[in-house]
Ligand binder design. Structure first.
Ligand SMILES: NC(=O)C1=CN([C@@H]2O[C@H](COP(=O)(O)OP(=O)(O)OC[C@H]3O[C@@H](n4cnc5c(N)ncnc54)[C@H](O)[C@@H]3O)[C@@H](O)[C@H]2O)C=CC1
Ligand SMILES: O=C(O)[C@@H](O)[C@@H]1OC[C@H](O)[C@H]1O
Length: 483
């Protein structure tokens, strides 16, 4: 079993801490590795290394940075099966989604490498004679990348590829629940001579200690963090000490509106896929269904059949498994308590609503709740598990109003074959993403961003680099001896 080390300034080093954190396989509860419970001193060393490497890295020609970013994708591709297996073991993802996540990470490095020559400035005409106004886009500097456990490979790629291609050095903190894939990636970086020491660093430990030390470090110029609203709030508080820029992708409570003009088979399949993806643990997954009362029974029956058809189990032992475990006992207990609270508030368990008798692992049966009231906790709070509350509406106005009635604003979906209904929903929803007649997961050439408490800034596409860049405007006055 591996006891991981930190990776600072191009070397593996021991933490100055003396405590360790066990990493569990959520499907078996076995300890599969350990990470150091890192310290502030560890963070200081890593940020210092990144800061020392920053100047040379940002002066490296963009095309050279782009080639390195592309090669990182190539190297992951060579180790694809290893990454898939490590990801399934530490996070419990089903094979189809795990292989998809690794492939998307490879694609992300390749895609972001192509932006190297497209980080452009502008020349603006001055009102003064003999003056040019030059708008520069420059690397913001040292980046702290804080990774969640639910898509540890892809979200690592999202932050590392963007930082490196824009000319920023980076200090990564993986989730204290899924570090193994990050450390496999670190082996690739360590073997690539083209990456100077200090450009990429890894510290490990708890969010409240290591994450906070990164977010409050005066030499960190951008904190890019994906995780809960609660943790994002703490990151903002810490960043405020130095007015450090934050890039936050936080929780969600995605509504799925199904009108009386929807293709109910399509809606049932897409919503099932959306809710149960990654065992329900994705912030863009459908978290609540609003269905027109006239088709509620028909849709619910289809959803129940679809949920009950899904194979629940240990995905690393059986490639046919479609729904794996929750990440931890804490998350399992939270989901269980949310269902029990919903039932107390009058909801009916239409299917699921309990742990399977697997004798171990953090499993919960795919669950559908009906007779749910809009103002109940299960509709208000993020579940982040394989549980789908279904409630009804009479008019489209009511559905849109209820869908928007949330502190979140990440993703949303609508199912209808009526163009007028689709355009009304698209134009009136207050969410960073709206999926029409399809399930979630965004495109890397789009722009993944949350409104309201779902985040600040965003990722992906040409806009995804903006948070990693700073703007400098130069007023270039010159003499013209011809005048
Ligand atoms: N929006 C998204 O993409 C995701 C949202 N979540 C949300 O987070 C909840 C719990 O999942 P976790 O991974 O435990 O999320 P979390 O938000 O607790 O942790 C995410 C990352 O932030 C770090 N972190 C935690 N507290 C921090 C702090 N005070 N300062 C700096 N960094 C800190 C963690 O160590 C981890 O690396 C889920 O229920 C879900 O609501 C989780 C994963 C992804
Ligand atoms: O972390 C999340 O839940 C989201 O970022 C989700 O994960 C993979 C895709 O980036 C998002 O849909």
């Amino acid at each position: 079993m591996q006891n991981h080390q930190l990776y600072v300034n191009g070397k593996y080093i021991e933490s100055t801490g003396t405590e360790w954190i066990d990493i569990l396989n959520p499907a078996t509860e076995e300890v599969i590795s350990r990470i150091p419970k890192g310290t502030k001193e560890d963070v200081d060393k890593a940020v210092e290394a990144a800061d020392q490497a920053q100047k040379a890295w940002e002066l490296t020609p963009n095309i050279e940075r782009g080639k390195i970013v592309r090669k990182l994708g190539d190297e992951i591709a060579k180790r694809r099966d290893t990454f898939i297996d490590l990801l399934q073991e530490e996070q419990g993802k089903d094979y189809e989604l795990a292989s998809g996540e690794v492939d998307l990470a490879i694609d992300y490095f390749h895609y972001m490498s192509e932006w190297a020559r497209r980080i452009e400035g502008e020349i603006v005409p001055s009102d003064r004679p003999n003056e040019n106004i030059l708008i520069y886009k420059k690397p913001i500097g040292v980046v702290a990348g804080i990774i969640p456990w639910n898509f540890p490979v892809f979200i690592l790629a999202r932050k590392v590829a963007t930082a490196l291609v824009t000319g920023c050095t980076i200090v990564i903190k993986p989730s204290q629940q899924t570090p193994n894939t990050t450390m496999e990636f670190t082996k690739i970086v360590d073997a690539l001579e083209e990456i100077p020491a200090g450009v990429y660093n890894v510290v490990m430990g708890t969010g409240s200690e290591i994450g906070n030390a990164l977010a409050s470090h005066k030499k960190v110029q951008l904190i890019t963090m994906t995780g809960s609203v609660q943790a994002g709030t703490k990151v903002m508080e810490a960043a405020a000490q130095n007015i450090t820029k934050v890039n936050l992708e936080l929780g969600g409570k995605a509504p799925a509106i199904v009108t009386q003009n929807a293709d109910l088979d399509l809606a049932a399949e897409a919503i099932t896929t959306s809710r149960l993806a990654n065992g329900g643990q994705a912030c863009t997954n459908a978290e609540r269904v609003y269905v027109h009362e006239s088709v509620a029974e028909a849709l619910t029956e289809k959803l129940i059949r679809a949920f009950e058809s899904k194979k629940l189990g240990n995905p690393r032992k059986d490639k046919d498994v479609e729904v794996g475990p929750l990440i931890s006992e804490d998350r399992l207990e939270t989901v269980e308590e949310m269902v029990q609270e919903a039932v107390k508030e009058g909801a009916t368990v239409a299917t699921g609503g309990e742990r399977p008798d697997f004798g171990g692992g953090f499993f919960y049966k795919p669950t559908i709740l009906t007779n749910v009231k809009h103002d109940s906790a299960i509709i208000r709070d993020e579940i982040f598990g394989p549980v789908l509350p279904v409630t009804t509406f009479k008019t489209l106005d009511e559905a849109i109003e209820k869908a928007n009635d949330t502190v979140y604003g990440l993703s949303s979906s609508v199912y209808t074959n009526d163009l007028n209904e689709a355009m009304r929903v698209v134009n009136e929803m207050k969410f960073g993403e709206t999926y029409v007649n399809r399930e979630n997961f965004e495109a890397i050439q789009g722009y993944h961003a949350g409104m309201r408490q779902s985040g600040l800034g965003g990722a992906d596409g040409k806009h995804g680099m903006e948070d990693f860049l700073a703007t400098q405007v130069v007023y270039m006055q010159y003499k013209n001896d011809q005048q």
